[in-house]
Design a binder for this molecule. Structure first.
Ligand SMILES: Nc1ncnc2c1ncn2[C@@H]1O[C@H](COP(=O)(O)OP(=O)(O)O)[C@@H](O)[C@H]1O
Ligand SMILES: N[C@@H](CCOP(=O)(O)O)C(=O)O
Length: 312
């Protein structure tokens, strides 16, 4: 039964997908930045979307990732319903911080709450994957899953969907977002479709090592496993300053890191806050010298995920 609520405000976190070696299967939710969405039930069926963020994004439901996700949810809901969605994006589209996932996930989390929570988190991931299809042409779940579940997630299988929520020790995440746009669809287009067996062996060893490091709270193992021999060599050429940021961040004590999602954002993991702040200084120095506009964040893993923060 739908809640007799006027409306809700939803926070949906940025996410770091891939986590270096786990292309399309690993992802982590961040405490900052977050998208803010205001949603309410409409008496008439249908979806009305507006943006309060100045981004020139489509508002036709089937062209906006939030709308596409809500359409999937409405198809499975037992009654005809309608939603109004006001999106205030704090995660810039094309950032590599799961902008499309935040809008998709926030929309279905808010809708589910307004309907009295009839759907499971796994259902919500399935619905929100329709938003990723609009954004990048592919129904990947490695941003959506951590955005909805929080923390760190593993997509063991996409079809059928099997999400494994991992434990992970507290870590600082330093992010630099060079203000250039790298669309996920483009960053997928340039990838080779086949890999060498030698590279595959190294990659799946790193994925297993990274997952084991998270589960064992083993920071050294996490650091040693943050290596990508398949995707990063191809995509890093799209990101000016990448190699220098990576090298100098490690020298500053970071555990490791790499491209956030499909880029251009770069993330680095650190055990201590002072190291995370030193890594931020490295990032500021590199992009100031390159003369490229950028934003930085020093944040932590968000163990909660997208949530309704207030009722209107
Ligand atoms: N509500 C929305 N939020 C973010 N992106 C959207 C939204 N609706 C449509 N899009 C499209 O999705 C693309 C952003 O997806 P993507 O390139 O994956 O960015 P990110 O890497 O930040 O997730 C943009 O090009 C934009 O046109
Ligand atoms: N696995 C995807 C992740 C895209 O993340 P985003 O934050 O750039 O949307 C990919 O690498 O293509």
């Amino acid at each position: 039964m739908a809640n007799e609520l006027k409306g809700v405000q939803v926070f949906a976190p940025a996410t770091v997908a891939n986590l270096v070696c786990g292309f399309d299967v690993l992802g982590m939710a961040l405490q900052q930045p977050q998208d803010v969405m205001t949603m309410r039930l409409r008496k008439e069926p249908g979806i009305v979307i507006s943006h309060a963020d100045g981004y020139d994004l489509p508002v036709e439901p089937e062209k906006n990732v939030a709308g596409a996700s809500l359409l999937a949810l409405m198809e499975e809901y037992s009654e005809k319903v309608g939603f109004e969605v006001i999106i205030d994006k704090r995660i810039k589209p094309g950032s590599g911080l799961g902008s499309s996932a935040a809008s998709s996930a926030g929309a279905v989390v808010g809708a589910n709450y307004l309907l009295g929570n009839p759907f499971s988190k796994e259902d919500l991931v399935r619905f929100a994957m329709n938003g990723e299809k609009v954004a990048s042409g592919v129904k990947h779940a490695d941003n959506i899953a951590p955005c909805i579940y929080g923390g760190v997630t593993l997509i063991q299988s996409i079809f059928p969907l099997n999400i494994v929520q991992l434990t992970a020790p507290p870590m600082y995440v330093t992010v630099v977002h060079p203000q250039i746009e790298v669309r996920t669809s483009d960053a997928r287009q340039i990838l080779r479709k086949e890999v060498q067996l030698k590279a595959a062996i190294k990659q799946w060893g790193n994925i297993a090592g990274l997952v084991a490091g998270f589960l064992k709270n083993d920071y050294d193992l996490i650091g040693r496993s943050l290596e990508d021999v398949i995707i990063e060599p191809v995509r890093s050429i799209l990101i000016p300053g990448f190699d220098e940021v990576k090298k100098k961040s490690k020298e500053a004590g970071a555990l490791g890191g790499g491209i956030s999602g499909s880029g251009p954002s770069i993330f680095m993991l650190s055990k201590e806050e002072y190291v995370a702040k030193g890594v931020e200084d490295v990032m500021i120095d590199v992009y100031t010298r390159l003369g490229i506009e950028f934003k930085t964040y020093v944040t932590m893993i968000n163990y909660e995920g997208a949530k309704v923060v207030s009722e209107k």
